[in-house]
Design a protein around this ligand. Structure first.
Ligand code: GLA
Ligand code: ZN
Length: 686
């Protein structure tokens, strides 16, 4: 149980402030028909709630809250601070942001407040406190939704001053800062904190062939850390204001960009949230493994705890060039995909489609037609019924993974701020490639941070671990020495947390663990390739695979060669290596290999570590499992738009959604889902 409800919560963003009162009554009737039991309200109502510095008027919100309660709908109460009122911008221009070119914004849009604006901090904190005081005893109140999709970047003078303070806190002295930033380069030595300006397009940043570059990556990484912390401080101000009134309030905010939003370090943020909440808006043609990875990441942020699917569209989006409908069955399928990977709420943006402005063509449960006789409403209502019927069955179920992939925002920032060896290296793409290999094998993966305990994993994969944060190399050594299998790739172990190279030879702090020395790194043009020639060592068959992006010239320092390069002047030199380390082993893949290689490697490493796939499925059928009270719930999700035959084993298993028993080989309908209850969780996923 997540402590929020005795079933998977079902609902979404509700903006009654856009509608006359009589429509609200009709909404309640429709919510009931659709099985909706939670509404996120007050997300964009700051201007309505506060017409000037001193006046607050919440009567309309009282009415909304009472109405929700009377109709059995719980409130996810927004603090409403994601769009400041126009009067605030006019009278207190410090709330307005400045872009990287130094242009001060005028009032407009939303997500428009500077995180270091004294005005914004004062009034947002005050608003959260007022709301908490007003609704602390309201029976509709279930949880709190601070701001909305926080995070952008600001380069104003207040941010610049706050950056200096943040740096003083981090480095203590200018000497320490000068050495961490390597300011002897291009004569940047700072003699006074006031000399430091924000790295932006006005200072250290410039564009080279479509890519933004920085002259001082260490400075830019620190800005990213600072900016993430600035927004986090705003979140904490509101959260603490709420908790000062309601100590046991459940407080969250919704994470954006499907959970991989680059400007905010969500591992650090998750520590401050009572429950992680995700907004998921995949394109219709986005590979399903990409969404699966992000759901696993959301579960990983708080060490396996469930999360809320806070927003998804019941059908189309509105902000792309072309915004196609979700095909019949797809919304249901994607909802269960989230549940399969740890979600304990399924929520939409939004419940009623706006009549005007930017989002009037965004999908909604209740369409402009205004009634329940639409395809989308019927599909939503059908899902609502199913979730009611599922009850608490899956609440608190956990996921057991033996494989972990390390995901680290600092590393992401660092890699993509780096000038050279190649701008073609994209962190998310690399992470996804390794994730995909396991997804295709139906082997469950936990996405973990550098702080996460690794002792229980049989396999830890850290793709492009360019930056090694303090203590992480030792942690990996301890893990491997005690029997773990560690895998890393090219461009790893290069720098320390401030982007200063670990001198003495790559891969720096990982050199001992990997038993290799990387002498040179050779990036390839997008149309160039090399090859990995397998020599039949380490349980892998002989064969040749294509590779590209980056190749490295490496020397053995105790590791054994598993593959050599097939061409160029380093043909015959080691390309893939394995090093026995204590009771475990550490692998190094020095180039970016084709998918077939990763699949061969991880088939072998999962088999040798006795990691069993959760199921065998045909292409396009996703499988994953959650366990609870000694039972295993196997989710089979057919992403194909045709039925697919799946073998579920000889024993009849009860299917939770349809109520039937399924055994042997059976046909899973197009976009269909089975949740199969297995009497014991002994097999698979463990
Ligand atoms: C985001 C926001 C919502 C809404 C949706 C539309 O996720 O949080 O307010 O704008 O996008 O897709
Ligand atoms: Zn600012």
């Amino acid at each position: 149980m997540n402590g929020l409800s005795n079933k998977i919560l079902y609902g979404g963003d509700y903006n009654p402030e856009q509608w006359p009162r009589d429509v609200w009554e009709e909404d309640m009737r429709l919510f009931k028909l659709a099985g909706i039991d939670i509404a996120t309200v007050n997300v964009f109502s700051w201007a309505r709630n506060q017409p000037d510095e001193k006046t607050y008027r919440f009567e309309w919100l009282d009415d909304v809250m009472d109405l929700l309660h009377a109709n059995g709908v719980r409130a996810c109460l927004g603090t409403g601070t994601a769009a400041h009122p126009a009067w605030m911008a006019r009278h207190h221009p410090d709330v307005l942001t400045v872009d990287s070119q130094g242009r001060k914004k005028k009032y407009g849009r939303r997500h428009n407040s500077c995180p270091n604006s004294p005005t914004f901090r004062l009034y947002s904190e005050r608003m959260a406190e007022r709301l908490a005081e007003r609704y602390k005893d309201h029976p509709a109140l279930l949880l709190w939704h601070v701001n909305n999709e926080m995070g952008w970047r600001c380069y104003c003078d207040n941010c610049e001053r706050a950056f200096r303070a943040w740096l003083q806190e981090r480095y203590g002295t200018l000497e320490a800062l000068n050495s961490a930033w390597y300011t002897s380069f291009w004569g940047h030595t700072f003699y006074d904190w006031e000399e430091i300006v924000l790295p932006s397009q006005q200072s250290e940043h410039f564009n080279v062939s479509g890519h933004e570059s920085t002259a001082f990556p260490a400075m830019s990484i620190d800005y990213d850390r600072f900016n993430s912390d600035s927004f986090l401080a705003c979140y904490k101000l509101e959260r603490d204001a709420i908790k000062s009134v309601i100590p046991d309030a459940i407080v969250t905010t919704n994470f954006q960009s499907n959970g991989t939003y680059k400007p905010l370090d969500y591992f650090k943020w998750a520590k401050e949230l009572d429950i992680v909440a995700l907004d998921s808006y995949p394109d219709n043609d986005m590979p399903m493994s990409q969404i699966a990875m992000r759901h696993d990441l959301m579960r990983g942020l708080k060490n396996g705890e469930p999360f809320l699917l806070m927003e998804q569209s019941p059908s189309q989006l509105n902000w792309k060039d072309v915004n196609p409908l979700k095909r019949p069955g797809v919304m249901r399928l994607w909802s269960y995909q989230a549940v399969a990977r740890g979600a304990e709420a399924v929520m939409f943006f939004q419940l009623r489609r706006s009549a005007g402005a930017f989002e009037k063509f965004h999908g909604a449960v209740i369409d402009h037609a205004g009634h329940e006789h639409t395809r989308v409403f019927s599909e939503c209502a059908e899902l609502g019924r199913e979730l009611q019927q599922l009850g608490d069955k899956l609440l608190g179920a956990t996921t057991k993974s033996k494989v972990a992939i390390v995901f680290d925002w600092d590393n992401w920032w660092a890699i993509e701020h780096s000038s050279g060896p190649t701008k073609q290296l994209k962190y998310l793409r690399q992470i996804q490639r390794y994730y995909d290999a396991f997804y295709a094998l139906n082997v469950q993966v936990d996405m973990i941070g550098t702080d996460t305990e690794v002792g229980d994993y049989a396999l830890v994969i850290a793709p492009v671990l360019y930056m090694i944060k303090p203590g992480f190399a030792e942690k990996l050594e301890t893990y491997t020495a005690s029997g773990g299998t560690f895998v890393t790739t090219f461009f790893s172990g290069i720098v320390q947390e401030n982007d200063l190279v670990s001198l003495g030879g790559y891969p720096g702090e990982l050199r001992r663990l990997l038993g290799i020395w990387v002498e040179e790194i050779d990036p390839l043009f997008p149309d160039q390739t090399n090859s990995l020639v397998m020599n039949g060592n380490a349980g892998l068959a002989k064969g040749t695979y294509t590779c590209g992006l980056m190749c490295e010239r490496l020397h053995m320092e105790g590791a054994e060669t598993v593959a050599v390069y097939g061409s160029d002047f380093y043909a015959g030199m080691p390309a893939v290596t394995r090093n026995r380390f204590g009771k475990g082993e550490a692998w190094y893949i020095s180039s970016d290999p084709e998918e077939r290689f990763l699949s061969a490697l991880f088939s072998e490493l999962t088999a040798s570590n006795m990691i069993v796939p959760v199921a065998q499925t045909p292409p396009g059928v996703e499988a994953c499992a959650r366990v609870k009270d000694g039972k295993r719930y196997l989710f089979l999700l057919n992403h194909n738009d045709r039925p697919s035959n799946v073998y579920v084993g000889p024993e009849p298993l009860r299917e939770l959604l349809g109520g039937s028993e399924i055994s042997g080989e059976a046909s899973l309908p197009a976009h269909g889902i089975w949740i199969l209850e297995d009497r014991n969780d002994a097999q698979g996923g463990d």
